[in-house]
Design a protein around this ligand. Structure first.
Ligand SMILES: N[C@@H](CC(=O)c1ccccc1NC=O)C(=O)O
Length: 306
């Protein structure tokens, strides 16, 4: 079925797509080439659960630390090996279209990073339908303020978001931290296969749980917010790495490239990277491997000596 003509007009390619094509473009599992879609999603969950079980069994940790009053406002902290009390903080924000996933199956990067003197935080937030996008953005904002207050001597806070989590991480670039109790020492963002213009999502089945209106989608679209802002970057030195997998869908790649270009236009210290031979899910589950190039890039970026 064709989209209504009022949506079809306009320059964005998604506006000319049928509902079915749009749904496919925003279903990353359908673009996996190493396994079928269902097996891809099942493998992603299994690896996330195994990595989390391994991290909890092998790393010093604090689980379920409350950063707010909601039941979901909790985070897990995994501490680096060694005696140092000062380290970079790396926060992973899980994806799942703001309606699936949890901190309890997302500790992919914990063991490689904590082995390299980086503390890793996996943050939880209220997913839809209980949580709204506005609430999730507020929760991630408050979780970062909480970390800055708990660890004021940190050697930088780095955010890594996957897919919908990359959207939430990106919204932190646009947060007015003067309204928070503290301004975090944000030094870098890793935006993995993110979504930056939420309007297309309204026309997919993912919106059945989200119930996004056009206004709410636009209000929560970093692509549109950044385009409209004249303010300079909070910290022009903060590194923003925009990342996609070679097997991400054309729409996911287009969104990331467009957002990267907008970051550059607005004076951010941004870079773009397409990781070869990985899909939307492998690019994250490969973070369990020390030899994966993104793991290595995270190591070098978070190294205080660099
Ligand atoms: N229904 C989606 C699932 C999905 O996109 C997804 C699943 C787990 C973690 C991240 C995801 N992507 C966006 O947040 C798909 O079929 O690919």
């Amino acid at each position: 079925m064709e989209l209504p003509s009022c949506v079809r007009e306009g320059e964005a390619p998604w506006k000319k797509m049928s509902k079915e094509e749009l749904q496919t473009q925003y279903s990353p599992s359908k673009w996996a080439i190493h396994r079928e879609a269902e097996e891809t999603l099942k493998t992603f969950s299994q690896i996330g659960e195994q990595a989390t079980k391994k991290a909890r069994a092998s790393r010093k940790n604090l689980l379920g630390v409350a950063y707010g009053d909601h039941e979901a406002e909790k985070l897990d902290i995994y501490f680096p090996m060694g005696e140092s009390e000062v380290w970079p903080l790396f926060m992973f924000i899980h994806g799942g279209y703001w309606q699936s996933g949890s901190k309890d199956q997302s500790a992919f990067v914990v063991n490689p990073l904590t082995g390299q003197k980086v503390a890793v935080v996996i943050v939880g937030y209220d997913i839809a339908p209980k949580g709204t996008l506005d609430l999730m953005v507020d929760q991630v904002t408050r979780s970062i303020s909480f970390l800055q207050k708990q660890f004021p001597r940190n050697e930088g806070i780095y955010l890594c978001g996957h897919s919908a989590g990359a959207h939430l991480a990106t919204m932190m670039l646009l947060t007015d931290w003067t309204k928070q109790e503290v301004t975090p020492n944000l030094k870098g963002l890793f935006l993995v296969s993110g979504i930056y213009d939420l309007e297309p999502i309204i026309h997919t089945t993912m919106n059945e749980s989200l119930s996004l209106t056009l206004e709410a989608a636009q209000r929560n679209s970093p692509q549109l917010l950044l385009e409209a802002t004249q303010t300079q970057p909070g910290d022009p030195a903060a590194q923003v790495l925009v990342i996609v997998g070679q097997q991400d869908s054309p729409e996911f790649k287009r969104q990331s490239k467009n957002f990267y270009k907008m970051l550059l236009q607005k004076g951010w210290n941004a870079s773009f990277e397409e990781f070869q031979d990985v899909d939307h899910f492998e690019i994250v589950w490969n973070l369990t491997r020390e030899d994966f190039e993104l793991t290595q890039e995270v190591w070098s970026t978070t190294d205080p000596a660099q």
